[in-house]
Design a protein around this ligand. Sequence first.
Ligand code: ADP
Length: 458
Amino acid sequence: MRFRKKSKRKISIVNYLMRWWTVFFLLFSVFLIICVNVMADYAIRNAVIKEFTRQMYRAVDCVEKNDGKIEFSGNLENVDSDFTFVILDSHGNLVDGEYPPGYDPADDDSKKMHFRVVKSGNESFYVTERTKIIRRRKRIEGDYILRGIINKKNISTVFQRIKLYSYIALLVEVVMIVIVGIVLQRRISKPMLKMCEQAVQIGEGMDLSERMVYDGRFSEMDILLKAYNQLLVRMEDMISRQNQFNADVSHELKTPITVIRAQCQLTKDQLTAGQEVMVEEMIGIIERQSDWMGRMVEQLLALSRMDQNKISFELEEMDLADVVEVVCEDEGAASDKQRFDYDLSSTPVVADVALITMAVRNLISNAVKYSDKDTRIKVGCGRGNSGAYVSVQDFGIGIAPEDCSRIFEHYYRAEQSRSSEGFGLGLTLAMKIAEKHGGTIHVKSMPGEGSTFTLVIP
Ligand code: ADP
């Protein structure tokens, strides 16, 4: 048992784009903030080290040893008040000075490092120290340590401001993304919805002469709209040709059917009256009318089968010259046999005889149909550069250049030929047959001078 693939849930293009856009921007912003944080931390650390070196010099200047006792002279007045300095002995016991509030020396266990961060309770401190106290180029006797401490909270530098700014920037960015998203969504989806509404209206009203309009600035929408309108033009054209075709077929069939009916009635009457000669003539008329109808139905059937790819294709060896002769003879019987000028060389090809005959018949009967009775028709066949060919040249009404590209379309008939009988299917069928054999049909024509159709089979 086959299961149908579940179709994807449909979402709005704008929503889809905005979702990815927002995710990308947020990730990118987080990345930027991490970079700013790391760089700011690094820069703050360097700035603190520099400042510590300066304050340390000032603190050393205040150290004195009097009567074997080491202490700070004065009140460290030259030292920045955010920095705290203490003197310790070699065991780490406090000799002079006071630890800043919150700092616990027990938490400071990495004493070997010159510069470090110490965490005490909830607070963090930058700590640095000197083990040799040298004042005015003279070392103060004894193993003393001068330790400098500053609470991280007391450091206000440009870099911390940068950190703050980057958080604010992220917030502004998110707000902007949301606003831009809403604006974009309105700008893009509004014309799209309008176009959809128009399409639905046209579909519901089935008025194919209506066109969709878009006066916005998005080129993709314009392309979509033009493609849709082109489709409408083609559909309108196709439907009107189909309607014309239906009218033509009914009209064309009505005449022979009426003739056949009338002839049958007459034949019966003549038979009763014993007029055999008249009967023979009437049966001839019936035969011709039914032949004509038969040919038309045959073409319609062949075309519909060809369109559905259902036609059987039986290849066999044949001579194009024979086909042309047979068709000219048939067509000549209907018109004047003497009209044809032949230039036929034996041209053996492998093709479907019935189909090729149908194609050649359409070309020759068109030449007869679209030219005056007293003009000549040149038919030829042979082998050229592109393969075997059959050419049919007439000196009739000709075809306008703008019609030349369209005469192979279903039901298409040029303006000046609409008064003659036909349905605009013969050339469509002939072209399909040529293509089925890998070939084509070329046309050269000048209005008022005549046309040359060349069927080429490679
Ligand atoms: P039909 O002849 O039944 O109308 P066709 O498909 O055979 O249909 O031809 C399509 C159209 O091409 C014709 O209606 C006519 O306008 C044009 N055409 C075809 N052959 C000729 C020709 N030999 N001379 C002038 N016009 C032609």
